[in-house]
Write a protein that binds this ligand. Structure first.
Ligand code: PMP
Length: 450
C-alpha cells in the first residue's frame, strides 16, 4: 500500500462516497481509518476512538475476532470463489444456509437465498413476493406497502419502498405501485398522538385504509423494519408489528421484515421479529451476518412461501434472480464463524444489558442538555434527536450537528450524524465502561454545541 502522504493527498478525490456530496467531501475530507481493535478504531493521524457506530451497524463482534479472520483465510486458501448458479454449490453456502434456518426457526424461516448485502436482500424479497403471487395465479398482486421513515437500501425496489425523501427525490421516477403509511413514531406523527398504544392503532388504521383504497388483491407485500434504523431509530410500540401481521393475514398480504440491522442481537433479541413475537413471510438480513468482515446478505423464506415455490407446477416457479456472489464461499465461511461466536458470547444478552445502561445515560443527557429533543433506543441501537427549540421541535442545523460529532471525536468517541439525529450502534461486545465512555463523548459533544 502507498504511504500516508499519498492517502491524505488523494482523500475524497478519485473516490465518491456514499450518501455524500462529492464536492463537499473534497472540502471536508473524511477521517481515514487505518486499524481496528476490539471496539476501537485508529485513524491516519494515530488517534484511537471508541467506535459507537460499529462500522455501519454491522461490526457486532468488534474488529479483532480471530475465528472470523481464520475462517476467511482458510476458505481463501481452499476455494476463494465458486458460484451457486444452477449446477454447482459450495460447502460453506450449504452449511450457512442450514445454520441460518436453524437459528431463525422460531421466526418460521425455512430457506435462505444468499445475496451480497442488504439492498440485494430487499430486492430479492420484493421480487420473490411478486413471483409468489404469480405462481398462486394472482398476477394482479404487484403493489408494495411500506412505512414513511423506513429505510430499505438503495436499489430501485428498495429506494421505492424507502420512506425518506432524501433517498428518493434525485432518483425518481421510482417503482410504480408503492404506497406509504405513517410510522408509529410518538415524537413526530401526523396524528399528534403521544400515547404509544393509541398511536399503534391509528397507524394500523391508516394501513387498513390504504389497503381498502388500493384493493387488497392488488397488493403483494408489506415491508417494514421491526425497529426503524436509518430513519432515526424509531422504536414502534410493542403492539404495532403484531397488528401489522394480523392485518396482512386478514388481507392475504405477505409481510417482509427488513432485519438488515435488527437481526443477530442488536435489539437485545435475536431478531426484531422475535422481539415483537411476529413470524414474517420473508426476513432480509445482512450486515452483522459476517460482523462486517465480508459483504454478505440473505433473504430468508418462510414455510408458507417455500411451499408454494417448491410445489409449483406452473411456468412461474423457476427463480430468475440471483447474484454472481450469491453464496460466496468466503462470505459464507465468515458467516458460519460469526454465528458461532455471536451465539457463544450471547451477544443478545450483552446488547440488552448494555442497552439498558445506554438508555439510562441518554435520559440523563436529555435532562441536562436542552439541545436534546428526544432519545430513543432498543438494545444497542439508539437515536438522539437534536432540536434548536424543544417547544417547536425545530431540528438542529447541520453546523450544530457537525460540532457535536467533532467534539465527541476529540473526546475519543466516533458518532454518526444523520440529519438532526445522532445514531449509535456500537459493537455488541462493548462493556459497561465503554457505555460510560460513549456517554462522556456525547456529553462533550453536546457541551461544545450547546
Ligand atoms: N435495509 C435496512 C433496514 C438497512 O438499514 C440497510 C442499510 N443500512 C439496508 C437495507 C441496505 O443494506 P446495504 O447498505 O448493505 O445494501
Amino acid at each position: 500500500m502507498r504511504d500516508t502522504n499519498f492517502l491524505v493527498e488523494n482523500n475524497a478525490k478519485p473516490i465518491w462516497h456514499p450518501m455524500a456530496h462529492p464536492a463537499e467531501m473534497r472540502g471536508n475530507p473524511p477521517k481515514v481509518i487505518m486499524k481496528g481493535e476490539g471496539a476501537e478504531v485508529t485513524d491516519i493521524e494515530g488517534r484511537t476512538v471508541l467506535d459507537a457506530v460499529g462500522g455501519l451497524w454491522n461490526v457486532n463482534l468488534g474488529y479483532s475476532c480471530d475465528p472470523i479472520k481464520k475462517a476467511i483465510a482458510d476458505q481463501l486458501s481452499a476455494l476463494p470463489y465458486y458460484s451457486g448458479f444452477r449446477g454447482t454449490s459450495t460447502g460453506p453456502s450449504i452449511e450457512l444456509a442450514y445454520e441460518l434456518t436453524q437459528w431463525f426457526e422460531p421466526e418460521g424461516m425455512m430457506r435462505a437465498f444468499f445475496t451480497s448485502g442488504g439492498s440485494d436482500s430487499v430486492e430479492t424479497a420484493l421480487r420473490l413476493s411478486r413471483q409468489y403471487w404469480k405462481i398462486r395465479g394472482q398476477a394482479d398482486r404487484t403493489k408494495f406497502l411500506a412505512l414513511k421513515k423506513g429505510y430499505h437500501g438503495t436499489h430501485f425496489g428498495g429506494a421505492s419502498v424507502n420512506g425518506n425523501a432524501n433517498f428518493r427525490r434525485n432518483y425518481e421516477p421510482l417503482l410504480p405501485g408503492v404506497f406509504h403509511t405513517p410510522a408509529p413514531w410518538t415524537y413526530r406523527n401526523p396524528f399528534d398522538e403521544t400515547d404509544p398504544v393509541r398511536l399503534a392503532q391509528l397507524c394500523a388504521r391508516a394501513i387498513e385504509e390504504e389497503i381498502a383504497f388500493q384493493c387488497a388483491d392488488t397488493i403483494a407485500a408489506f415491508i417494514m423494519e421491526p425497529v426503524l434504523g436509518a430513519g432515526g431509530v424509531i422504536v414502534p410500540p410493542e403492539t404495532f408489528m403484531p397488528l401489522v401481521r394480523e392485518i396482512c393475514d386478514r388481507h392475504d398480504i405477505l409481510l417482509i421484515a427488513d432485519e438488515v440491522v435488527t437481526a443477530f442481537g442488536r435489539t437485545g433479541a435475536w431478531s426484531g421479529s422475535r422481539l415483537w413475537g411476529v413470524k414474517p413471510d420473508f426476513m432480509t438480513i445482512a450486515k452483522a451476518i459476517t460482523s462486517g468482515y465480508f459483504p454478505l446478505g440473505a433473504t430468508l423464506i418462510s414455510e408458507k412461501v417455500a411451499d408454494v415455490f417448491e410445489a409449483d407446477k406452473t411456468s412461474f416457479g423457476a427463480i430468475g434472480h440471483g447474484y454472481t456472489y450469491s453464496g460466496h464461499p468466503v462470505g459464507c465461511a465468515a458467516g458460519i464463524a460469526t454465528l458461532a461466536e455471536t451465539k457463544r458470547l450471547k451477544l443478545n444478552e450483552n446488547a440488552a444489558a448494555r442497552g439498558a445502561e445506554l438508555a439510562k445515560a441518554l435520559e440523563d443527557l436529555k435532562a441536562r442538555h436542552a439541545l436534546v429533543g428526544d432519545v430513543r433506543s432498543k438494545g444497542l441501537m439508539a437515536g438522539i434527536e437534536l432540536v434548536s427549540d424543544r417547544a417547536t421541535k425545530k431540528p438542529a442545523d447541520k453546523k450544530t450537528m457537525g460540532k457535536v460529532a467533532d467534539a465527541a471525536y476529540e473526546a475519543g468517541v466516533m458518532l454518526r450524524v444523520s440529519g438532526n439525529m445522532i445514531i449509535l450502534s456500537p459493537p455488541l461486545v462493548i462493556t459497561a465502561k465503554d457505555v460510560a465512555r460513549i456517554a462522556e463523548g456525547l456529553d462533550a459533544g453536546l457541551r461544545a454545541a450547546g
